[in-house]
Write a protein that binds this ligand. Sequence first.
Ligand SMILES: C[S@@+](CC[C@H](N)C(=O)[O-])C[C@H]1O[C@@H](n2cnc3c(N)ncnc32)[C@H](O)[C@@H]1O
Length: 249
Amino acid sequence: MPLPGLQKLEQRIGRQIRLLEARKNIIERKIERQIRLFENTRDGIGRKIEEQIRQFERKKGIRLDDEVRFIRSWMERPLSIGAVTPSGKILARAMARYVDPNSDGPVVELGPGTGPVTEALVEAGVSPSRLVLVEFNPTFCRILHSRYPDATLVQGDAYSLRRLLATLLLQPAAAVVSGLPLVTKPIRQRLRLIRDAFDLMVPGAPFVQFTYSVAAPLPKRLGGFSVEASERIWMNLPPARVWVYRRPG
Ligand SMILES: C[S@@+](CC[C@H](N)C(=O)[O-])C[C@H]1O[C@@H](n2cnc3c(N)ncnc32)[C@H](O)[C@@H]1O
C-alpha cells in the first residue's frame, strides 16, 4: 500500500482506538457508580439491622455482640460466611454430641466463627487444649483467641487442611467438626476436604457437618464413607440438619 494510504489507515485505527477508550471510560464510570450505590445500600441495611438489634438489646437488657459481628462479616463476604447469625445452642449441642469427649487426640473445628459449637464441645467435656480451630476471618479469630486461649488457633483456609495441619497435629484427630458453608463449593473441592480430613483422623472418627440445605452436603455414592443424619433441627435460624461421615478402618 502506498504511504499516504497507510497513513490514512493509521489515522482511522487511531480514531477507533480513542473512541473505544472513551466508551470504556464511560462504562467503567457507570460500573463504579453502581458499585458505590450497592455499597451504600448494603451499609445502610447493615446499619438498620444493627440499630434494630441494639434496640432489642436495650428492651431486653441483653448484649448480642456476636450477632452484630456476624452480620457485619456476612455483609462483607456473604458467600464465605454462609450464615447471617451464629448457630443456636440446640444445633451446636447436636453437633457436639457426635464427638466422644473421652476419645484420644485433637478435635478439629473448621469455621468456628464466634464459637457457639466450640462452646458446646467444651460444655460436653472436650478439653479446650484438645481443640484445633481453623478460621480465616480475623475478627472471629480475635474473639476465639480471647475466649479459648488454651485452644490451638489456626488462621487460614480450611480447604488447605492437609498443608495447615499435617505438621501441627502430633497424633491423629478424634473428630473434625465443620461449620463451613460447604455447599457453596464445587463438589470436587468438598470431596478433597473430607478426604484430607479422614487422612488426619483415626479410622472411624466422625466428620460432623451441618447444613441448611435440604440435600446432603456430600453425596454418599461418591465418597466411600458411611453417612448418618440428624432430624432437621427446627429450633435454629434457619433450620438445619447435622450430617456425620465416617471412613471405616
Ligand atoms: C456458617 S458460619 C458458621 C460459624 C459457626 N461454626 C457457627 O456455627 O455459628 C461459617 C464459618 O466458616 C468460616 N469460613 C468460611 N470459609 C472458610 C475457610 N475456607 N477457611 C476457614 N474458615 C472459613 C467463616 O468465616 C465462618 O466463621
